[in-house]
Design a protein around this ligand. Structure first.
Ligand SMILES: Nc1ncnc2c1ncn2[C@@H]1O[C@H](COP(=O)(O)OP(=O)(O)OP(=O)(O)O)[C@@H](O)[C@H]1O
Length: 891
């Protein structure tokens, strides 16, 4: 039996409950950052260009190291970190920035364990994101969180106490040892086979059919038995790998990260492009300097000291046990130090964060300093999710811990006020998610992106996707274009010029270290076939064709089989340090209930949770308080949680990129890891791609015995009413909470109405109604442009009309546009101009003398005199006054 399974059984046999996070003993793992040695004396040596863009480097030396600061105790540090992030820390005015920097240095000193607990006192607000749901104001009047979500664990725990028989029966340790040594007929271990997939498409197809991925293919029992005989699970070399991983937990040293990148794939990347595309890329991208491009050059960078980094940076690297740059770091650092734009891609877990953080921090150490130097926010790092931004913030702070560089984290879900206060001090680096950043740009007085010199986008391909397009445009628009350095990173980075061109890059250098769309070298990918009844058997239980007819109705589809297979995997083999990716928030929540009812400790991570719950779930999993993390794709990118042994894909994601990011949560930084994916008929294409992109020995076919799957299905069946009951209870509680919340909101409104209404309404560059208006505006803009064009020629639109008719048509058009503009929209500035023109033209028309002998237009009540439009259209009086004026003028 695999080691993970044994350890879980041991826990259970010893009576250690697995049920709830709170009841489980905390086992703190070795975490990110360790302070150890001193560094070499290296003197920074940037060239003039660097110096210029880094802010008068020649004038200043790097800030002396904060060696005189008293080290804080761990508790003090934690308290400070919490207070700082919760906005409790005293904010010093900008004149005393120095004091703040010194405090920050103290906070950063020897932070071995970054705390995700950003709230401290729970003062974060569920932010309404500018949507006008709260009347457009931040309702966080007293720092209370508006939405305190219910803790489903309490409900489950209550039910479990009344139904203890729900927990999965687990064999005791002795039984397990026996079963591990005996290979009996009833052995319930999974079969793991090397999936022998060929290189060519045809071979793949055959292999897929053997695997069971063929259309409706029914895998023959004998064939399966034959294949099973080929590779015994006991012989699986990875079984021992996983064992050693477990025992490695206490090992403080980072495993070496492979530095022999297969090839310099920046060029390879374009192989599939046609000539035109290649030419376009050649024109868009700059050549990588010869010093970094060759494999030899990368190999030469065997130490960070070759980059001439300053002493504080080198010290921080040593303290993190970063002794050697990874391939992406070797390639990126020298180019980034030279201030060049970069588009970089390297496999998951290869150290991309440090690849952009190190040169960024290095450049900042050379900025202009001293009393006369103005504090400026010079670096902006954007990340697509809050958790990833928090992680970047942590990495950045650790790498800058011996410098005076200040960081500010601006992400949604956390207190806007404390972020505003921090931004006022103009921290050198802002790490943000796009939405919250835009909010600050629009609503936080004095915060601008005017001084941004370096813009970094982590997971840049994600940020370039449609969902972020408007936000990204808004941000890029707000950053200066001229001297800005832009760096884009992702494991699945695109080099598509059409997409990149929006970011105003300046001849970026393309650094693609690994072949495109590959997985980490030490990742083993397993696939478990999920079979619907029509395909001939119980889920994942190859070799049981025909059993389908006997299945109860509830098991008649692939989806119905997945939970059983998942449970089979999680209770028998991958019993800890496992992330399970699912396609929806609802599913993650339901599975969490199932797990908890069965006594498996699992957290959930998805967008339906409050930020506090998200961070709690992540921290509990990271610290080993929970064995499983049930997550949506929210957690698929970038998260670096040490010790993750297994990633299970409950279902295959729709995009191969998403698959790569998901499985990339394990096998990071040169470690081993395993990904297990449940594969249905519809996933055939993805499976094929995954196989094609991986070395044959890294791909395996796992077969879960039918008896196990069936047993799990039965367990799930008995659990259904309980799950429903928990969901019901949760819904009721939720309704109650919402009622309470509304009440509280009402009270707040009553008690603080003055304060609330006195606040300027927070604006957002685009709400849902804004979106609609933006579309109208862009249409109007387009029409206006067209009109403008036709006016230029003077022919098309108004051609053939008499002067009078043309004028009145133009007038009508102008008024039309003005009406559209009155609906209000950002993008209608050009139309605004049109509106003004219309008004001017209207006024001119009114002022124009009526032809002699032509009766003026009568407006209003006959004979009432003064017309509505002043001199424009009245009765007698108007006429006479006009005549008088005219006559006066003539005189
Ligand atoms: N030079 C180094 N030596 C040792 N470990 C390193 C080095 N650089 C980074 N690491 C470690 O490698 C791990 C992965 O780094 P990081 O999270 O930056 O990867 P990534 O390439 O950004 O991954 P992803 O594509 O998933 O976002 C981290 O735990 C980090 O501490």
């Amino acid at each position: 039996m695999p080691a993970q399974s044994k350890s879980a059984s041991k826990r259970k046999a010893n009576g250690t409950p697995q049920s709830t996070p709170s009841s489980k003993k905390t086992t703190k793992r070795d975490d990110d950052f360790i302070m150890t040695l001193d560094s070499d004396d290296e003197v920074p040596d940037l060239d003039d260009a660097d110096a210029a863009s880094a802010g008068s480097a020649s004038e200043s030396e790097p800030e002396p190291e904060p060696t005189t600061d008293e080290p804080l105790t761990k508790n003090q540090r934690k308290r400070k970190e919490k207070a700082h992030l919760a906005g409790k820390e005293k904010i010093v005015e900008s004149a005393t920035t120095k004091t703040a920097a010194s405090t920050a240095r103290k906070d950063m000193a020897l932070d071995t364990n970054f705390e995700f607990d950003i709230f401290g006192d729970g003062s974060g607000a569920d932010y309404a994101g500018g949507e006008e749901t709260n009347g457009g104001w931040d309702m966080n009047v007293k720092g209370h969180r508006m939405h305190k979500k219910i803790n489903v664990d309490d409900i489950i725990e209550k039910r479990r106490r009344t139904r203890p028989e729900l927990a999965l029966p687990v064999d005791d340790e002795e039984d397990e040892e026996e079963s591990a040594s005996e290979v009996s007929e009833n052995d319930l271990d999974d079969d793991i086979k090397f999936a022998e997939f060929g290189d060519s498409d045809e071979d793949d197809d055959e292999a897929l059919d053997r695997f069971g991925g063929g259309d409706g293919a029914i895998v023959d029992e004998d064939e399966d038995a034959e294949e099973a005989a080929e590779v015994d699970s006991e012989e699986d070399p990875l079984s021992s790998d996983v064992d050693s991983d477990v025992s490695d937990d206490d090992d403080e040293d980072m495993p070496p990260i492979d530095d022999d990148s297969d090839s310099n794939s920046s060029a390879d990347d374009s192989d599939s492009d046609d000539e035109a595309e290649k030419a376009k890329k050649a024109a868009f991208f700059a050549e990588e300097p010869a010093t970094t491009s060759s494999k030899k050059a990368s190999a030469d960078s065997s130490s960070f000291s070759t980059f001439s980094l300053s002493r504080p940076v080198l010290r921080a690297l040593t303290s993190l046990s970063f002794h050697k740059p990874t391939p992406i770091q070797s390639r990126t650092i020298p180019i980034a130090l030279a201030g060049k734009d970069i588009v970089a891609g390297a496999v998951t877990g290869s150290g991309k964060t440090a690849a952009f953080m190190i040169p960024t921090i290095e450049r900042l150490t050379w900025r202009a300093k001293g009393r006369t130097a103005e504090a400026k926010t010079r670096v902006l790092v954007l990340a697509p999710t809050r958790e990833l931004a928090i992680q970047c913030y942590s990495v950045g702070q650790s790498l800058a811990k011996y410098t005076d560089i200040r960081f500010c984290l601006c992400v949604g879900g956390l207190s806007v006020k404390s972020q505003e206060a921090e931004l006022k001090l103009r921290p050198e680096v802002v790490i943000a998610t796009p939405g919250r950043l835009i909010d600050h740009v629009r609503n936080s007085a004095s915060f601008t992106l005017d001084d941004i010199e370096i813009l970094v986008m982590d997971e840049a391909d994600r940020m370039l996707e449609d969902g972020f397009a408007d936000e990204l445009n808004e941000i890029v628009k707000s950053c200066p274009k001229g001297a800005r350095q832009t760096m884009l990173f992702s494991a699945t980075m695109t080099d598509d010029v059409e997409q990149l061109v929006r970011l105003s890059l300046k001849r970026p250098v393309r650094l693609f270290v690994d072949p495109k769309r590959t997985t980490a070298k030490k990742l083993i990918q397993e696939f478990v076939r999920v079979r619907g009844v029509g395909s001939g058997g119980v889920a994942g239980a190859d070799g049981l064709s025909g059993v389908g007819e006997e299945q109860p109705a509830g098991r008649k589809s692939e989806d119905a089989q997945r939970p059983a297979l998942l449970l089979a995997l999680c209770t028998r083999t991958f019993t800890t340090q496992t992330i399970i990716f699912v396609r929806s928030k609802k599913l993650a929540h339901q599975l969490k209930i199932v797990f908890a009812l069965l006594g498996l400790s699992a957290g959930e991570l998805h967008g339906d949770l409050s930020q506090e719950q998200r961070i709690d779930a992540l921290t509990a999993f990271r610290d080993g308080k929970t064995d499983f993390l049930l997550a949506t794709d929210l957690a698929s990118r970038g998260l670096d949680i040490k010790g993750v042994q297994t990633v299970i894909n409950y279902d295959m994601p729709g995009q191969f990129e998403a698959y790569l990011h998901r499985v990339g949560r394990t096998a990071r930084a040169g470690r081993q890891g395993r990904a297990v994916t449940l594969v249905g008929e519809a996933d055939r294409r993805m499976l094929k791609l995954a196989i094609k992109k991986s070395p044959a020995e890294a791909v395996k076919h796992r077969i879960i015995p039918a008896t196990v799957a069936t047993k799990m299905l039965e367990t799930l069946e008995t659990l259904k009413p309980e799950v429903d009951a928990v969901l019901r209870e949760e819904k009721e509680e939720q309704a109650l909470r919402i009622a309470e919340m509304e009440l509280k909101k009402g009270e707040n409104m009553a008690a603080h109405a003055d304060e609330i209404f006195a606040r300027p309404k927070r604006t957002w560059f685009q709400s849902s109604s804004d979106k609609e208006q933006a579309a109208t505006a862009s249409k109007a803009h387009y029409e206006a442009t067209m009109d403008g064009a036709s006016n230029k020629t003077g022919r098309d639109r108004y051609a053939g009309l008499s002067r009078k008719k043309r004028r009145s048509r133009m007038m009508r058009d102008e008024i039309e546009r003005e009406k559209k503009e009155a609906k209000g929209s950002e993008g209608a500035k050009t139309i605004k101009g049109g509106g003004v023109n219309a008004a001017i033209r209207g006024a001119k028309k009114m002022a124009r003398p009526t032809k002699l002998g032509v009766a003026p237009v009568k407006v209003g009540v006959k004979g009432k005199g003064k017309g509505k439009n002043g001199g424009g259209g009245g009765g007698k009086k108007t006429k006479s006054s006009f005549s008088r004026d005219f006559g006066d003028k003539r005189r």
